[in-house]
Design a protein around this ligand. Structure first.
Ligand code: NAD
Ligand code: MG
Length: 399
């Protein structure tokens, strides 16, 4: 049976991996496996147009309005519909499909994720920031419409694969590769460059998530993502550094069993699982594990002094309400500032900590009952103050 799929953020790292999973599945099958409904991008019109033609999409949407004309002209005569703007992306996410892959980066992906679930579309969720900022809201709307949320972030997909009865779970164990600076001397951390931060030892990813991996903020966001996805208190989620990234996460049960999911560190496996769940029918060309060659797997505890992010995530979850949104927004702004040379690497977690400590900000929260508009307003408020928070953090470190 042909599956109809839309990809929000098809030009990014996850989006491109998903298209390659689909192309591979199509190439080894006699029947068409997928048909593409919608592909979207922020502003990379050339890639979006090329993908839309190659994969025979019905609709291509670019977020940046200024790129509309160019997209229209590149797709002229193809019969592919064209639209532009954030509203158009949210509307496109509501078109009926068998599965929608949410692969936009940042809270920019929230509206389309919400809109898809509200329309009853099952969502393969890579866009962790939408779960971090709006976990309870997204779970509520999915429950109402019967749409499934299939975790696609590799760790959450791993847990989802080995999760049996939720009530029998003792602990979730989230694994972390440790990123590029696991062993960098502490004194050198404030001088690292964006290029060094983006050179991840195991995974090839977009720039924002690469910086997040280097600060451990990625694992911090994933801790919040896991708490909401699996409705688990943070005290029952452990974080374990596992540099080889072969075990993608574990679930410990009350009978003493611990179930893990293993595989090569390649997003194509969780994407293939999330696209075909509850089946496992998509073959991938991912490198197969050779345990004899690997010989050894290592595990370490997280160094909280070096990377305060995990502690901040636990604090945000304990505080609840809008705190995870505050944390996420401050991080998005600080990462952008770091990538543009406006602050140092070590300022990022200082900015997040300062935002979380800003009482007037967290007070804006509407608790777990927050609406989409509440969350977007809180995010906007943090962004407005972030310039000042970043300047203050830079002053303290003398950058
Ligand atoms: P990326 O930067 O490579 O791609 C992001 C995509 O989002 C692009 O298609 C871009 O055009 C689009 N986009 C960016 N800003 C937008 C905006 N304002 N409006 C609309 N579209 C916008 O990012 P990525 O590495 O593919 O990550 C995507 C998401 O998946 C992130 O939430 C990330 O945390 C998550 N994730 C990524 C990986 C990975 O291996 N890359 C693994 C797990 C989870
Ligand atoms: Mg992950």
């Amino acid at each position: 049976m042909t599956m109809r799929v839309s990809i929000m953020g098809s030009t990014g790292s996850v989006g491109r991996s998903a298209l390659s999973v689909m192309a591979h599945a199509g190439s080894v099958s006699e029947d068409p496996v997928f048909s593409i409904d919608t592909l979207t991008a922020n502003s990379d019109v050339d890639t979006l147009a090329r993908q839309s033609i190659t994969y025979n999409a019905r609709l291509a949407v670019v977020a940046d309005d200024r790129a509309y004309k160019e997209l229209k002209s590149q797709l002229a005569g193809t019969g592919i519909e064209v639209a532009a703007g954030a509203d158009a992306i949210a509307e496109a996410a509501a078109r009926p499909v068998d599965r929608l892959l949410a692969a936009i980066v940042g809270i920019a992906g929230l509206r389309s994720t919400y809109s898809a679930l509200k329309a009853g579309n099952s969502v393969a969720l890579a866009n962790k920031e939408s779960m971090v900022c709006a976990g309870p809201l997204l779970k509520r709307v999915a429950q109402k419409t019967g749409a499934h949320i299939i975790p696609t972030d590799s760790e959450h997909n791993a847990m989802f694969q080995v999760l049996e009865r939720q009530e029998d779970v003792e602990k979730l164990v989230l694994t972390a590769s440790g990123g590029p600076f696991l062993k960098t001397p502490l004194a050198n951390l404030h001088n690292v460059t964006p290029e060094q931060a983006c050179a991840h030892p195991r995974w090839s990813m977009g720039r924002k998530i690469s910086v997040d991996s280097a600060t451990f903020m990625n694992k911090a966001l994933e801790l919040i993502e896991a708490a909401y996805l699996f409705e688990m208190p943070q005290q029952r989620i452990d974080v374990l550094v596992h540099p080889q990234s072969i075990i993608h996460s574990l679930v410990a049960y009350r009978d003493g069993s611990v179930l893990a999911q293993l595989g090569s560190p390649d997003m194509k496996t969780p994407i293939a699982h999330a696209l075909s769940w509850p089946e496992r029918r998509l073959p991938t060309d991912v490198e197969r594990l050779n345990l004899v060659d690997l010989a050894q797997l290592d595990f370490l505890a997280v160094d909280d002094a070096r990377f305060p992010a995990i502690r901040l995530a636990r604090q945000a979850l304990d505080e609840g309400g809008g705190a995870p949104t505050v944390m996420n927004a401050a991080n998005e702004c600080a990462v952008e500032a770091f990538l543009n040379g406006r602050c140092r690497f070590t300022d990022i977690s200082d900015v997040v900590e300062a935002a979380l400590g800003d009482r007037s900000l967290s007070g804006v929260s509407a608790g777990d009952a927050a609406s989409l508009d509440d969350i977007i307003a809180l995010d906007a408020e943090v962004r407005q103050r972030s310039g000042r928070l970043i300047a203050e953090a830079s002053l303290r470190t003398g950058s």
